[in-house]
Write a protein of this length. Structure first.
Ligand SMILES: *Cc1c(COP(=O)(O)O)cnc(C)c1O
Length: 225
């Protein structure tokens, strides 16, 4: 079996230079993260507030913590002081709360809008239509302590390559539409975060420039803790 260091080194070598790797370390213990860290990885993704807080306190200060899970408004305050990027903004209400907590911490927080493109109903996020509506509403412009840096999404969980490609294409097209429209003046609007362990090569072919990979680096997660 290959080690975490070997996995991450091979993965990083295989990615085009303009693609950022988020090492999704949720449910994995600190020593596993340190192995990736010592292999040069600095960007880690977590999906539980409590777990990310603990790891942030324990691990080196130069780690960039990305929050990738569903975020409840009442928990934003716990990650606002240090989070590098929140991938999972799925409502105007959440955006406003991030803005409020960022202001309290005297910083600007980078975020992505999470877009629901998968066939599963359980996934969070704006539909493309809801996203366009929210942005057209213009209220988000008052949130001057958040910077909307792009889109995040997940493809349908399927072996059907066509369907996965189609989901990624939907994300790519929406990104392009916004880049030429609402965000035409924003150089920060540049991130396309899609692709996970089983579908990141397809995601990159379909325009992703940030991939979130867990299992392929750290192995299977054990949830019964
Ligand atoms: C867990 C998770 C990933 C990584 O999944 P793997 O299949 O382990 O690579 C990526 N994105 C999100 C939002 C996740 O929750």
């Amino acid at each position: 079996m290959s080690t975490i260091a070997e996995n991450i080194t091979a993965l990083r070598r295989s990615l085009p230079p303009d693609v950022t790797l988020v090492a999704v370390s949720k449910y994995h213990p600190d020593p596993d993260l340190m192995e990736a860290y010592n292999a040069g990885q600095r960007v880690f993704g977590e999906n539980l507030v409590q777990e990310m807080r603990q790891k942030q306190a324990d691990l080196p200060d130069d780690i960039q913590w990305h929050f990738i899970g569903h975020l409840q408004t009442n928990k934003v305050k716990y990650i606002a002081p240090y989070v590098a990027l929140i991938h999972s903004v799925d409502s105007l209400r959440l955006l406003r709360e991030i803005d409020r907590q960022a202001a309290k911490n005297d910083r600007i927080i980078d975020v992505l809008l999470q877009i629901h493109v998968a066939a599963e109903e359980t996934k969070f996020g704006f539909t493309p239509h809801e996203c366009l509506d929210m942005l057209a509403g213009g209220e988000w412009r008052q949130c001057d302590h958040v910077r909307i840096c792009g889109l995040m999404g997940m493809a349908t969980n399927t072996d059907d390559e066509q369907r996965i490609r189609q989901d990624f294409t939907t994300l790519r097209n929406l990104f392009q539409e916004l880049k030429e429209g609402v965000f035409a003046e924003s150089s920060a609007f540049a991130i396309r975060s899609y692709g996970m362990s089983h579908d990141y090569p397809l995601a990159i072919e379909e325009g992703a420039n940030m991939v979130r990979v867990g299992t392929r680096i750290f192995g299977e997660r054990v949830y019964n803790t």
